[in-house]
Structures are given as structure tokens and as C-alpha cells.
Ligand binder design. Structure first.
Ligand code: AMP
Ligand code: MN
Ligand code: MN
Ligand code: MN
Length: 276
């Protein structure tokens, strides 16, 4: 029997809508056999997820999605199979999180300057803990306040470079992020590479990621098109990296894909789970 993997999703411990146990139960109900919970810069949901996974008969992989600055763009690196108690990783994640509140306050100021009042407290209402505040929480506020139709619409008109509410931020370096993941015994996966605006520098990004110790590319992502599955499968083969698959589920009706929705990995790649 071929197992169904979903190695990228979010709970209320970052910018997801469902609690960790609810994410696990939804994944189980949708036929996922192996699930990685990968909250942004955070592992606090894993304990609850583990209990639910045992009850639901799902194999849970301890994960996280680390925010990284590479040149002038933000990358996301998925950690899979980490020890969440690893001190090096915990301290690293804490340094990534520590800038979020200040950035969010500045985002509130930028939106106020553009005529949208109350965005910082408004975003906080949607998030479980201030240290986790993300653009997604601002997006939910902007939808609720009638400034956009849905979160997708928000990210076309606000919160991105050149638009109201965008605040540049310095996250972890690629070398630090991959180092922390490896210190915790995990694998480092370049998340949704199709979403980065690298302007012809994809090969540079992938070779630097690999040479820094990166293990895998997220070939199949809820935010990739089928043409991108093929494109990144080729890159994985050419660069000698493993291939991963994840929905990037954030909540019912809000995400690109629901839990377990993805097709199998394209032929010819080696799955990131080959030695699990
Ligand atoms: P942050 O880490 O605070 O910069 O927030 C990044 C999050 O915003 C991502 O993890 C997504 O959940 C969300 N996001 C970014 N771009 C989009 C988009 N185009 N559509 C929907 N959500 C997005
Ligand atoms: Mn997110
Ligand atoms: Mn991401
Ligand atoms: Mn994600």
C-alpha cells in the first residue's frame, strides 16, 4: 500500500485556523497516513498533535517552517523530523520569533498611514499569542474590516513589497536555519520554491541551498501548479536533492489546498521520506 504524505501544514500555534489536534483529525479523516505539522518558527503545537495522532492512527512527523532572509527575499525552510526539545533549535526559533511583534506594530503604522486604522490590535484578535503574529493575521483583519474580499485578495493589494502595510524584515540566515535543523536531527526542505520572486536566480538559490546543507525541495506544494511539479522535480534530480510534498494547509476554505489533497510525487525523484 502506498502511504499518503502531507508534510506541510499549520495550526493555531502559528497562522492556521484549526488547533493542532483538529488539524491531525482532519488529516486522518482525509486519508493522510503521515503528517508533519510545520508551524511558522514554532514547535509548541507538536505535543498536542502527537496525542491526537496516536488516537487517530496517523504517523506524526515533528516539523516547523523557518523564516529565512536570502539576499533581498524571504524564504521558508521546512524542518522535518526534528527533536523539538533541542536547545540549539529552540534558541534559534526564539530569535526568529523575537522580531515579529515590532514588525507587526510597524505594519499597523504603515496601514494607518494608508488610511486603515486599528490594524495592529485588529490582527492580534486573530492570533493566539503576540509572538506568533504574522501577515496572515493582518490579512484576516483586513478581510473582516471590508478592505479585501479574501486573504488572496489581501496579498495582491496589501502587505507585499510596494503595497501598503509592507515592512521589510530580517529573518534568520540560510546557514543558521539549516544548522539549527540539522542540530535537531532534522531534514531541511526548501518550501514552495515556485513562490519566490527570484527573477532568473532559481539555480543560484538551489545550488546555495544545497551547498549550505539543504536536503530536499518541496516539489509538490498546494501553492504550485502542475507545471511547477514537473519543473521542481527536474531541479531536484539535477541538483541531487530529495523531494517533498505538502499542502501548506492553513484552514478550511482559506488555503490553496486541503490536507492530503496533493497528487503523488512525479516519477524519477527520491522522496524525502525514503529512509524514514
Ligand atoms: P509572515 O511570516 O508574517 O511574513 O507571513 C507569511 C504568511 O502569509 C505565509 O505563511 C502565508 O500563510 C501568508 N501568505 C503570504 N502570501 C500569501 C498569498 N499570496 N496568499 C495567501 N496567503 C499568503
Ligand atoms: Mn502561513
Ligand atoms: Mn511558507
Ligand atoms: Mn506554510
Amino acid at each position: 500500500m502506498t502511504l499518503r504524505y502531507d508534510l506541510h501544514c499549520h495550526s493555531t500555534c502559528s497562522d492556521g485556523v484549526l488547533k493542532p489536534a483538529e488539524v491531525v483529525r482532519r488529516a486522518a479523516a482525509r486519508g493522510v497516513d503521515v503528517l508533519a505539522l510545520t508551524d511558522h518558527d514554532e514547535t509548541s503545537g507538536l505535543a498536542e498533535a502527537r496525542g491526537a495522532a496516536q488516537a487517530a492512527g496517523v504517523r506524526l512527523i515533528d516539523g516547523a517552517e523557518l523564516s529565512v532572509s536570502w539576499r533581498d527575499i524571504t524564504l521558508h525552510v521546512i524542518a522535518l523530523g526534528i527533536d523539538p526539545a533541542c536547545a540549539v533549535l529552540c534558541e534559534g526559533l526564539e530569535t526568529i520569533r523575537s522580531g515579529r511583534v515590532h514588525r507587526a506594530q510597524r505594519m499597523g503604522e504603515e496601514l494607518a498611514a494608508a488610511g486603515i486604522a486599528g490594524a495592529y490590535p485588529g490582527a492580534m484578535k486573530f492570533c493566539a499569542s503576540a509572538r506568533l503574529v504574522s501577515r496572515t493575521h493582518f490579512a484576516r483583519f483586513l478581510v473582516e474590516a471590508g478592505h479585501a474580499r479574501d486573504t488572496r485578495d489581501v496579498f495582491r493589494r496589501y502587505l507585499v513589497r510596494g503595497k501598503p502595510g509592507y515592512v521589510a524584515h530580517q529573518w534568520a540566515t540560510l546557514a543558521h536555519a539549516i544548522g539549527w535543523i540539522h542540530a535537531a536531527g532534522g531534514q531541511a526542505v526548501l518550501a514552495h520554491p515556485g513562490r519566490y520572486e527570484v527573477h532568473g536566480k532559481m539555480r543560484e538559490l538551489l545550488s546555495e541551498f544545497r551547498d549550505t546543507g539543504g536536503d530536499a525541495i518541496e516539489v509538490v506544494s498546494g501553492s504550485h501548479t502542475p507545471a511547477q511539479y514537473t519543473e521542481f522535480a527536474r531541479y531536484a534530480r539535477v541538483f541531487g536533492m530529495l523531494a517533498s510534498s505538502g499542502s501548506d494547509f492553513h484552514g478550511p476554505g482559506e488555503s490553496w489546498a486541503d490536507l492530503g489533497d496533493m497528487p503523488p510525487l512525479p516519477a524519477g525523484v527520491t522522496p524525502v521520506w525514503k529512509d524514514w
